[in-house]
Design a protein around this ligand. Structure first.
Ligand SMILES: Cc1cc2nc3c(=O)[nH]c(=O)nc-3n(C[C@H](O)[C@H](O)[C@H](O)COP(=O)(O)OP(=O)(O)OC[C@H]3O[C@@H](n4cnc5c(N)ncnc54)[C@H](O)[C@@H]3O)c2cc1C
Length: 270
């Protein structure tokens, strides 16, 4: 899975499916009996070295995007950068912040991805999901419990196949160039990472807490705390998933000892 995750580490998935379209996915789910793992761009995922004993489903080909009656419908595999560009081209505003997040629509819905004060679910009109039996449903924001980097739903056997967005601002919220410049000057973009590893605890910034303990640059195996942004772990030198997870645990215990704060991971560990 190191080929499919931006941390560039992770063990083997026993099966891997990249459906051409929703029909293929639905037909597969109708006969599948194994656990599934949805993967978009893999930019928030750490797969342990033992790998995943099931079917990894890559949504890359579910990337249709269209506009109708002012609403933008986009497949789960569409990149957030493309969604942001498409909405700007169609003079629909609000999606600018998404251009700074390297993810797919499906992954962003699952994580309630956000940046610069905006979150993706603010703009969701409805989503389409598919369940483990291959049945497609339409769902609405009220069907989910949405909070900071978390989307919980009663329908735990469903995954996202597309979403309809209502980017309804009268003018652009942000200048995309400025956002990208701001991001590139404060975060180690272009290196193997998964962005922020930990959620910000209430009233604190995880990066500041980690920096205060002098852990910037600290490494376990090939995994290092970024010198540029302390909430980033960089796979600097062929880190195994264990190196990365051991570093995560080490940071958590140092912060607990020094500040008595439990750091919760933002990244999903499989
Ligand atoms: C350099 C860098 C900067 C980042 N900056 C930000 C930031 O500013 N803000 C932010 O919020 N995040 C940020 N991230 C994290 C990441 O980009 C987001 O969480 C993104 O939304 C993940 O999308 P993905 O497609 O890569 O999801 P993946 O990593 O592939 O998956 C993440 C989770 O979503 C699930 N999932 C994926 N697709 C689906 C689907 N179709 N249906 C149901 N579940 C699904 C996966 O099973 C997994 O649990 C950053 C990451 C990097 C590498």
């Amino acid at each position: 899975m190191s080929k499919h995750c931006s941390l560039r580490s992770g063990g083997i998935s026993s099966e891997f499916l990249k459906p051409e379209d929703v029909n293929e996915l639905s037909n597969f789910l109708k006969i599948n009996t194994k656990p599934i793992l949805m993967v978009g761009l893999g930019s928030n995922l750490l797969i342990r070295d033992r790998g995943f004993n099931g079917v990894t489903i890559n949504t890359k080909n579910l990337k249709d995007i269209s506009i109708s009656n002012g609403l933008i419908e986009s497949g789960a595999g569409t990149s957030l950068a493309k969604l942001s560009r498409f909405s700007q081209t169609n003079l629909k505003f609000g999606a600018e912040f998404l251009s700074a997040i390297p993810g797919s629509v499906g992954g962003a819905l699952a994580m309630n991805a956000g940046a610069f004060g905006s979150e993706i679910w603010q703009y969701v009109h409805s989503v389409k999901t598919i369940n483990l039996s291959g049945k497609i449903q339409e769902r609405f924001p009220k069907d989910y419990k949405i909070s900071y980097r978390s989307t919980l739903h009663k329908f735990s056997d469903e995954v996202f196949i597309s979403a309809i967005f209502d980017f309804n601002l009268k003018q652009p919220n942000d200048n995309v160039r400025e956002l990208l410049h701001k991001r590139n000057s404060t975060q180690p973009i272009g290196l193997a990472s998964c962005g922020s590893v930990f959620k910000n605890p209430k009233d604190h910034y995880a990066a500041k807490l980690i920096e205060s303990t002098g852990l910037k640059g600290f490494c376990i195996g090939g995994a290092c705390v970024s010198e540029m942004h302390a909430n980033y772990i960089i796979n600097q030198n062929n880190a195994s998933a264990s190196d990365i997870e051991n570093l995560i645990t080490h940071i958590q215990s140092v912060i607990k000892n020094k500040h008595n704060i439990e750091l919760e991971t933002e990244i999903i560990i499989i």
